[in-house]
Design a protein around this ligand. Structure first.
Ligand code: SF4
Length: 216
């Protein structure tokens, strides 16, 4: 205020003037609140916070964007990676899928339930993600999780539902190989429902075993 708007605008980028307070958390040696000029590269922030070995950085909280190591040259500003201030560092020791599951749990919990795409859609997305991460997914499941996510974003009433699929959609975009390594390419469809496990107790009581014919 003392030095005026002109001085403040000397910092930052053309569309993101001045400085920004960033709350850096997660797998880094020096988590905390950093005031930096808009336009700082993610890599330079990681250097300051002691998190250069990160496998991923979640910019803008769960509803933001998850970027991979190859994108650490990107800039924190409205023209590139916008954030209200949250930057979460995800270290190489983490299972990234676990973080995505946690973010989806958060959105399911926070949905107010007013509209169906957000109330039911996020649960369906989470189930589909569980199917994929448990090794029962196919290429079709990847297509569906992507199109369902885009539909939920387009059809939800408020900002929560409009951003809730982002943990899945942005990792699908930036960590595609991680998803592809999980899906089976030798099958078009795998059932989520495990019939043998569901009737295990009854089978042991009756002494009857499930045959292939039952499965089909
Ligand atoms: S999108 Fe918003 S209004 Fe709709 S259920 Fe989710 S939180 Fe509620």
């Amino acid at each position: 205020m003392d030095r005026g708007a002109g001085w403040f605008k000397l910092m930052g980028t053309p569309k993101s003037a001045g400085t920004k307070l960033l709350s850096v958390s997660g797998d880094c040696a020096r988590p905390g609140v950093y005031e930096v000029a808009f336009g700082l590269k993610v890599q330079d922030l990681l250097k300051m916070a002691g998190g250069l070995d990160a496998q991923a950085v979640q910019v803008g909280g769960p509803s933001g964007t998850c970027i991979s190591r190859g994108q650490f040259e990107r800039k924190l500003c409205f023209e590139d990676l916008p954030t209200g201030g949250s930057v979460i560092v995800i270290g190489p020791q983490r299972d990234l899928f676990e973080a995505i599951h946690n973010f989806m749990d958060f959105f399911i919990e926070e949905s107010c339930g007013w509209c169906v795409p957000c109330r039911a859609g996020n649960i369906l997305l989470k189930k589909k993600l569980e199917k994929i991460t448990s090794g029962k997914g196919t290429a079709k499941d990847l297509q569906e999780i992507e199109s369902w996510g885009k539909t939920i974003k387009a059809m939800s009433r408020c900002g929560l539902g409009q951003t809730s699929p982002n943990p899945i959609l942005t990792t699908l975009q930036n960590f595609r190989e991680m998803y592809e390594a999980k899906v089976r390419n030798d099958k078009d469809f795998i059932s989520e429902f495990d019939l043998a496990a569901a009737v295990k107790a009854a089978s042991s009581l009756t002494g009857q075993k499930l045959t292939e014919a039952h499965h089909e």
